[in-house]
Design a protein around this ligand. Structure first.
Ligand SMILES: NC(=O)c1ccc[n+]([C@@H]2O[C@H](COP(=O)([O-])OP(=O)(O)OC[C@H]3O[C@@H](n4cnc5c(N)ncnc54)[C@H](OP(=O)(O)O)[C@@H]3O)[C@@H](O)[C@H]2O)c1
Length: 328
């Protein structure tokens, strides 16, 4: 097998494509021939030693992937050789093969292609948990989604639409806003034009008839959080999803009091660990929604696995719409 190896976590440049012994699965593991692997935000951090999870060195990065089961270890009963699976195991995806814990593998129904499957679990499970579980989004409510053309953002647009909500999508370019419209947003805000200090609040107010959004989905943080939170509706729910812009914002708590609003933390990874049954039920609903066309990952482009460094560079340039996927 071959894989991108991280022997020294000082950044993407230090990754090397290496020939490695093909491993045999131990008890509870399967070996997967990887067909597709997507890039997620933590993949950028983990190779710089900046992610909360620090795998022992050397390791193969690649948190999320899909492929075909090639061998099963002792005690694995729900998977068999030849089965198509998707897996989010944190590492191992950027190569031709990997060992994965069988418990983390989702068997793929017929018609669920490897590229879509590799780009599915993280963004849809996060956005479903956020909007449906944490915010209890109801049909007819209005949702403002920041960073709406990114991975979790595009999933959030589709899920909010499927729930019958009205979506206002906010992103940094006209091109990204156009994609959000195509994905089902009723309205868009280009926040490079309506900036956090120059009109963002007025535009949110205008697009919600003065009421404000019932739910705000924020994977961006930084300067956007406070003007967005100041715009929220009475009894609004502000979903803290991530800080893609870098700085972790502070919010004056009097704003929560004045709006009777909730600041709601979203940590999908821990939710999946602490509440596995609830997460499995979410995944089952999402698989059904995929089968009926309610949700479908937006794939910006696919690149050969050998072009991982190009993929990282594209992701770092803030130009990706939806997801980047590497294929073997
Ligand atoms: N809480 C959880 O359980 C959970 C789960 C998954 C992901 N996350 C977090 O959610 C965030 C988004 O993840 P993602 O997979 O959607 O990432 P992504 O595909 O890269 O999208 C992030 C979006 O953030 C916006 N952005 C604003 N400033 C940026 C900057 N300086 N650099 C890069 N992007 C910037 C970009 O949109 P514009 O250019 O339009 O502003 C971009 O589309 C990350 O912080 C990630 O760690 C959290």
């Amino acid at each position: 097998m071959q894989a991108w190896l991280c022997e020294n976590p000082v950044g993407v440049d230090a990754l090397t494509w290496k020939e490695l012994p093909t491993p045999e699965p131990q008890a509870g593991q399967v070996r997967i021939a990887i067909k597709a692997a997507s890039l997620n935000f933590p993949d950028l951090l983990i190779v710089q030693n900046k992610y909360q999870m620090k795998p022992p060195l050397p390791f193969v990065p690649g948190s999320e992937y899909a492929g075909v089961v090639e061998a099963v270890g002792e005690g694995v009963t729900h998977l068999k050789v030849g089965q198509n699976v998707a897996c989010l195991s944190g590492t191992g995806g950027f190569g031709t093969h990997t060992l994965a814990p069988a418990a983390l593998c989702f068997p793929l129904p017929d018609g669920f292609g490897h590229v879509d499957a590799a780009a599915f679990i993280m963004i849809y499970a996060t956005s479903y948990h956020a909007l449906i579980d944490r915010a209890a989004l109801k049909a007819g409510e209005t949702v403002l989604i920041l960073g709406a053309a990114g991975g979790v953002g595009t999933a959030a647009i589709q899920i909010a639409k499927a729930a019958g909500a009205r979506v206002i999508a906010a992103a940094s370019t006209e091109e990204k806003c156009a994609l959000c419209k195509a994905e089902g947003a009723a309205e868009v805000i280009n926040y490079s034009v309506h900036t956090p200090t120059g009109g963002l609040r007025d535009e949110i107010k205008r697009q919600t008839g003065g009421k404000g959004p019932d739910v705000i989905y924020d994977p961006v943080g930084g300067d956007f959080a406070e003007p967005a939170f100041r715009s929220i509706a009475w009894r609004g729910r502000y979903l803290v999803v991530g800080f893609a812009s870098g700085p972790i914002p502070s919010l004056p708590l009097n704003l929560a009091l004045l709006k009777g609003a909730s600041i709601v933390g979203v940590f999908w990874g821990d939710y999946a660990r602490r509440e596995p049954k609830a997460n499995a039920a979410d995944m089952a609903t999402l698989a059904q929604w995929y089968a009926t066309g309610k949700v479908k990952p937006v794939i910006d482009r696919t690149l050969p696995m050998s072009e991982l460094k190009t993929a990282y560079a594209v992701m770092g340039s803030r130009s990706v719409k939806g997801k980047l996927v590497l294929v073997n």
